[in-house]
Design a protein around this ligand. Structure first.
Ligand code: GDP
Ligand code: IMO
Ligand code: MG
Length: 424
């Protein structure tokens, strides 16, 4: 049984928690896209792990972790994560496999990310400054790209990096009037990265196919969310990879038809970090209530997340493009205490009602949300284990979202811990 978990909104839906729970029954967990822009939180007892590059399965000592070719890998970041887990008694030796074809994020990518954002001023994307866009741009451009497999041959890497650093220095000096980067310093760092990571580098496509042939079950862990997908999200306010489940085959080498179940993760409301359109945003006391109660601050950057109502137009769109079979709806507990809750059930664009999400931001800028208002609930639901023990209004809220999205909601989050989960 192979399963793919992806975010259905603008990221931070609670994918880390869902992957951690489902990893119990999986042999292998695979990250297939994005990089250290992701921040996946897993709570195990009193321990809270914030994972950026390592798959969320890494907190389970028996689980094999794969970082696929579609990921852009910050070597310093992954080494730090490996060491942090090691200090907590979780060794990654012999259970972490990183694709030789994953592209490497280096210092000049992070610098360029910052320079580009600074030069956009108020029009900036609000990136995480983790070098994601510039690294994927180099991957697409090919000429100045470094892949993890290049760490196997340091002489060849040195020749390649000399050319890249010279090119980047000319570019940055001309465009951003910046100080030159030192090739020697960068190459010294690469030698350390190579030494530390060489044992993990492999052909992950071969490894995954071999494992599946031998009956292993694989869980694919999406990063970001489908509305941040480079092609299908709210471009240009997106990330630089196919973060919807459409990116899973390309980012892992495993075709989608080998996946038995696609589970989409959505919050019981909506959040977004960074700039860009957000039709149901509540930049008011409701948004603040959700932010405080749901602790809605970025796992990677600490930025306050923008908060708003559940948008069934957006989620119906992302379940459609993602061939989603069922939804895991997290953070139902966060809505406790609101007298009334709104759900966006349609958009009006220039007076015309539509239920199909327009990903084009010019059209999205003109949408007016059509809401259904439902009564909230007061009872604490954080210990509820059975759907039928939820307050009736909470049950009805879940059922209404199922009707609007035409998807079954099979997992419900009522708190950050593993056991604060309802299965239906
Ligand atoms: P991800 O990027 O999709 O993995 O999500 P993040 O980890 O960035 O953000 C989700 C946050 O919500 C984390 O702090 C989780 O511990 C927390 N969380 C996950 N599920 C629930 C839930 O059902 N209720 C509450 N209150 N918190 C949750
Ligand atoms: P997880 O996996 C939420 C957002 C950034 C910015 C845009 C582009 O934790 O859900 P980038 O650094 O990728 O070039 O930034 O994408 N973004 C995320 N928002 N969760 C994430 O990951 C995100 N990864 C990127 O805030 O708006
Ligand atoms: Mg996150």
């Amino acid at each position: 049984m192979n399963t793919c978990i992806t975010g259905l909104q603008w990221g931070d839906e609670g994918k880390g928690k869902v992957v951690d729970i489902l990893a119990e029954k999986s042999d292998i967990v695979v990250r297939y896209s994005g990089g250290a822009n992701a921040g996946h939180t897993v709570v195990v007892g009193d321990n809270k792990f914030a994972l950026h590059l390592l798959p969320s399965g890494s907190v389970r000592p028996e689980t094999i972790c794969v970082i696929g070719n579609g990921v852009v890998l910050d070597p310093a970041g992954i080494i730090e994560e490996i060491e942090t887990l090691e200090q907590q008694g979780l060794s990654l030796n012999n259970r972490l496999f990183i694709s030789e074809n994953a592209h490497v994020v280096l210092d000049y990518h992070k610098k360029e990310d910052q320079y580009r954002e600074d030069s956009l001023g108020k029009n900036k994307i609000g990136t995480t400054i983790r070098g994601i866009g510039p690294c994927y741009a180099d991957k697409i451009g090919r000429s100045f790209a470094v892949r993890l497999g290049d760490f196997r041959n340091l002489d060849k890497l040195s020749d390649k990096l000399k050319i890249i650093v010279e090119y980047k220095n000319k570019l940055f000096a001309a465009l951003y009037d910046s100080e030159p980067l030192s090739f020697d310093e960068l190459f010294e760092k690469c030698k350390i990265y190579a030494d530390r990571l060489i044992g993990f580098i492999t052909d992950t496509t071969e490894y995954l196919h071999d494992s599946i042939t031998h009956g292993k079950s694989v869980l694919f862990e999406g990063a970001q969310g489908a509305l941040l997908d480079l092609d299908h999200g709210t471009f240009p306010f997106v990330t630089s990879s196919n973060s919807s489940s459409l990116g899973m085959p390309a980012g892992s080498g495993v075709p989608a038809k080998m996946v038995d179940e696609f589970i989409g993760v959505a919050k019981a409301y909506t959040t977004r970090v960074g700039a860009g359109p957000f039709p149901t945003e509540q930049d008011n006391e409701v948004g603040q209530y959700i932010r405080d109660k749901g602790n809605e601050y970025g796992t990677t950057t600490g930025r306050p997340r923008r908060c708003g109502w559940f948008d069934s137009v957006a989620v119906s769109y992302t379940t459609t493009i993602g061939s989603i079979d069922s939804i895991a709806m997290m953070h139902l507990d966060t809505l406790t205490g609101l007298k009334e809750i709104n759900i966006c059930k349609a958009y009006k664009i220039n007076g015309r009602q539509t239920s199909f999400f327009p990903a084009n931001i010019d059209r999205l800028a003109n949408v007016e949300c059509v809401y259904e208002t439902v009564p909230g609930w007061e009872e604490d639901i954080t210990d509820v284990k059975d759907f039928h023990d939820l307050p009736l209004n909470a049950q009805n809220y879940v059922i209404l979202i199922e009707e609007l999205t035409r998807e079954p909601i099979t997992i419900i989050g009522v708190g950050p811990k593993r056991n604060q989960t309802i299965f239906r």
